[in-house]
Design a protein around this ligand. Structure first.
Ligand code: MN
Ligand code: MN
Length: 463
């Protein structure tokens, strides 16, 4: 190396493609990790399923359901399900809670089409479900693709019926029809937000009329089918949470199989990374907490969202057993808001500022801030917090990159980060860069997923 290039390498910050930085053994570890992630993603089409699958994985690793007042010692592993819609897991550290805990918070809800409370109707001898979309979607992307139905119907007697239709290869699926291009002259003049309207997102669910004479014979025939299979009547939809989600099984993408296509990488790619990490951490110094939150896509609202006190209740219980005040624990705690960021897309370079946008295969993306315009609505992590992560990642061989959500004034977004920071917890965003984020079929890189896991494990393992 010439003197000049040594000076350059000493002074310049240069990023490298992740594949130039790992050896064969680590490539194999990456592939193996991603096989586990693909299985998890396929088992987690809704927040409830994501929580249930996470509990099953955690129980195999020795996590037990937390009971208030439980005596916990270092190394104990517990979990607490918040109404089956969000999940808190903890591995008790050697230090007491006044040293703070290490929190990683991802979300397991993803954009989807929820059924309305009175969804079922017949029009022109076809039966439909009306939907109300959840989260930020481009509505036109949800037409003319196969959809599955997942969720629960809660009955008056207190029992809850689980519904999954379309996930098994033998199951029927559903679709929202789109207009043929031959007759779309007027449709194509509409603005993209109205190409398919909110009230146009109607799920086609049947077409055969019942033999009984009268009105709504197709509707009668489909509710009969639901009644036979699930014991429900039309009134039971009033207390149901049913969602239409894309019927796209997780698959490798690319001739080199380096990418993963699937529904809900946002944010199950990070949820799985931190879940795997808390299952793999050994004898942590500080108590590790893994959060799989609900309702992030609609502002972290509600009883199962990150603004809910369910989080305080769980942590406070652990603190109380050790005689520590919750607010003293929070003040010393550290939180990674583990959420995906946008990956630079060469098909749409105009929305990104390339120098600061996350790139595919450059590793875990760190967002110092999110928000929009002048960083409005953002948790802007302090320089000290970023420096701390630089140290942890360097020591653990984590490949990572800075990630900014597009050009200034191009748009913006938020995560659970600010709700953690409001609790007086130092918080920073970190996650997997995603292509086609919030589309029914999103794409991530295996390398970035694996490095996100490594990063999450490094943070939990830090002494
Ligand atoms: Mn997200
Ligand atoms: Mn999102």
């Amino acid at each position: 190396m010439s003197e000049k290039s040594e000076r350059r390498s000493a002074l310049f910050y240069e990023q490298k493609n992740g594949y130039d930085l790992i050896n064969e053994a680590e490539r194999a570890a990456c592939t193996e990790y991603c096989e586990g992630y693909k299985r998890y993603l396929d088992s987690a089409m809704t927040e409830r399923e994501a929580v249930q699958s996470a509990i099953e994985l955690a129980e195999k690793e020795g996590f037990v359901a937390y009971e208030p007042g439980m005596k916990l010692k270092a190394g104990d592993k517990v979990y607490c399900s918040n109404r089956g819609k969000s999940l808190l897991l903890a591995v008790i550290g050697k230090k007491t809670m006044d040293a703070g805990c290490v929190i990683e918070a991802a979300h397991v809800d993803s954009p989807r089409l929820d059924l309305k409370q009175l969804p079922l109707y017949e029009s022109d001898e076809l039966a439909y479900f009306k939907t109300h979309y959840y989260g930020g979607i481009k509505k036109y992307q949800w037409a003319a693709i196969p959809l599955e139905l997942h969720g629960v119907v809660a009955l008056r007697d207190g029992s809850v019926v689980n519904v999954v239709i379309g996930h098994d290869a033998q199951d029927p699926q559903f679709v929202i029809t789109d207009l043929l291009p031959h007759l779309a002259a007027d449709q194509m003049k509409r603005t993209p937000g109205d190409i398919i309207t909110g009230e146009g997102l109607n799920l086609l669910i049947g077409s055969v009329p019942d033999a009984e004479e009268g009105k709504d014979r197709v509707k009668l025939a489909v509710i009969e089918l639901l009644n036979e299979k699930y014991g429900i009547t039309e009134e039971d939809f009033l207390s149901a949470e049913l969602s239409a989600v894309p019927a796209f099984p997780t698959r490798d993408i690319g001739l080199d199989r380096s990418l993963i296509g699937g529904y809900g990488h946002d944010d199950r790619a990070c949820a799985y990374a931190e879940l795997r990490a808390i299952m793999d951490v050994r004898e942590p110094e500080r108590t590790c907490v893994c959060i799989l939150a609900d309702k992030e896509e609609i502002g972290s609202e509600g009883v199962s969202g990150m603004q809910s006190e369910a989080f305080e209740v769980f942590i406070e219980d652990i603190c109380r057993e050790q005689g520590v005040a919750l607010r003293h624990c929070f003040a010393k705690s550290f939180c990674v808001s583990a959420d995906v960021c946008n990956a630079f897309d060469p098909n749409f370079p105009e929305v990104s500022e390339k120098r600061n946008n996350a790139k595919i295969n450059y590793g875990l993306g760190i967002c110092k801030f999110t928000g929009s315009r002048g960083k409005g609505g953002s948790n802007d992590a302090s320089a000290e917090v970023v420096a701390y992560l630089r140290k942890v990642f360097a020591e653990a061989g984590v490949v990572w990159q800075m990630a900014e959500l597009g050009k200034v004034d191009q748009g913006g977004g938020g995560t659970v980060a600010k709700f953690m920071a409001e609790r007086n917890i130092d918080t920073i965003d970190a996650g997997v860069p995603v292509l086609s984020m919030h589309a029914p079929y999103e794409t991530v890189s295996k390398f970035d997923c694996y490095m996100t896991y490594k990063g999450m494990l490094a943070v939990y393992s830090d002494k």
